[in-house]
Design a protein around this ligand. Structure first.
Ligand SMILES: NC(=O)c1ccc[n+]([C@@H]2O[C@H](COP(=O)([O-])OP(=O)(O)OC[C@H]3O[C@@H](n4cnc5c(N)ncnc54)[C@H](OP(=O)(O)O)[C@@H]3O)[C@@H](O)[C@H]2O)c1
Length: 285
């Protein structure tokens, strides 16, 4: 029987490449996009075993409507990949409430709403038959390390890390495995989308640092890993008999773990301050 997975945000980047790899491996993919044009483009690229779902993750009525298609076409899901996300940068002191809320709603609250809609197909419905499905949350190293001026994003991904652990512990009784993937910089559109995003803060005390953001983005992009690295880990999460609960995808996992887990906070504060104020080649992680 064909295995089915649902991936949110397949129009580009990590979600788009996960669609490519999982389709190649024979899965039927339910992939969410926001624009009808993306749905059409992907439907012509994947003429079989692909069903587009058109919704914005913030529009729960649209999610419910689209979920009917999934419930009609399959009686179980092998995986739910919560991938759709945005990065809304800015200093916590000055970021608007609307921007802060949007960041949390898309990257965190919507994940719970969408997960709950599909939990019955992953294994919680009483007449569920077969192997329970898996939930894979695309978190970030920002879920493990707090970068200044990227605060709302870090908070959303830290929340997603908690949500991953809580669902895993709650859903144990159903055999549903829940895990997080924590990528470092990956070459996707998410970086370009953030160019010029610090302009609203030009009049603030932080602008000496914030004006370097575009230069940092360009440097990060140059050194970012290809999306295929994340897709391979997604496949591993879906297929490995006994997957880990979290996977970091980073050029230097050891150094990252040292910074995030082992160095004293005050030393890391000093290091972050130094890297932000000297030059523009670097962002702390
Ligand atoms: N790239 C990295 O370096 C990196 C590192 C760590 C974690 N991540 C995480 O990876 C995930 C995917 O990001 P990406 O790097 O692949 O970026 P991307 O290329 O910008 O893709 C983001 C995807 O999310 C969708 N999306 C955004 N807002 C949405 C909304 N309100 N409703 C529904 N879909 C929405 C986008 O759809 P549209 O095309 O319609 O906007 C797009 O399909 C995100 O959760 C991000 O936080 C990325």
């Amino acid at each position: 029987m064909t295995k089915c997975v649902l991936i949110t945000g397949v129009s580009s980047g990590i979600g788009g490449d996960a669609l490519r790899l999982l389709h190649q491996k024979g899965y039927h993919i339910f992939g969410s996009v926001r624009k009808e044009a993306d749905a059409q483009l992907l439907t012509s690229a994947y003429s079989e075993r692909f069903t587009p779902l058109v919704f914005d993750v913030q529009d729960h009525d649209a999610v419910i409507k689209a979920s009917k298609l999934v419930y009609e076409q399959c009686d179980r899901l092998d995986g739910l990949i919560n991938n759709a996300g945005v990065a809304v940068p800015g200093p916590l002191q000055f970021m608007s409430e609307a921007d802060f809320e949007q960041q949390l709603d898309i990257n965190l609250k919507a994940v719970r709403r969408i997960t709950n809609v599909f939990l019955p197909l992953l294994g919680t419905k009483p007449d569920f038959k077969g192997k329970p499905g898996r939930i894979i949350n695309i978190s970030s190293i920002s879920g493990l390390f707090n970068s200044p001026f990227n605060g709302a994003y870090s908070i959303s991904k830290h929340g997603l890390e908690s949500m991953t652990d809580i669902y895993r512990r709650e859903l144990r009784r159903y055999g549903i495995k829940v895990m997080a993937i924590e990528p470092g910089p990956i070459k996707t559109k998410i970086w370009q989308k953030n160019l010029n995003s610090m302009r609203p803060y030009a009049e603030t005390d932080y602008f000496d640092v914030l004006q370097k953001a575009d230069g940092m983005i360009e440097n990060i992009e140059k050194n970012a890993l290809p999306v295929e690295n994340t897709s391979k880990v997604i496949l591993k999460c879906l297929t490995k008999q006994n997957p880990k609960t979290r996977y970091i995808v980073h050029k230097n996992v050891f150094v990252f773990k040292l910074l995030a887990y082992y160095l004293p906070d005050k030393l890391v504060d000093w290091f972050v301050e130094k890297t932000l104020t000297k030059g523009n080649r670097h962002r702390p992680v």
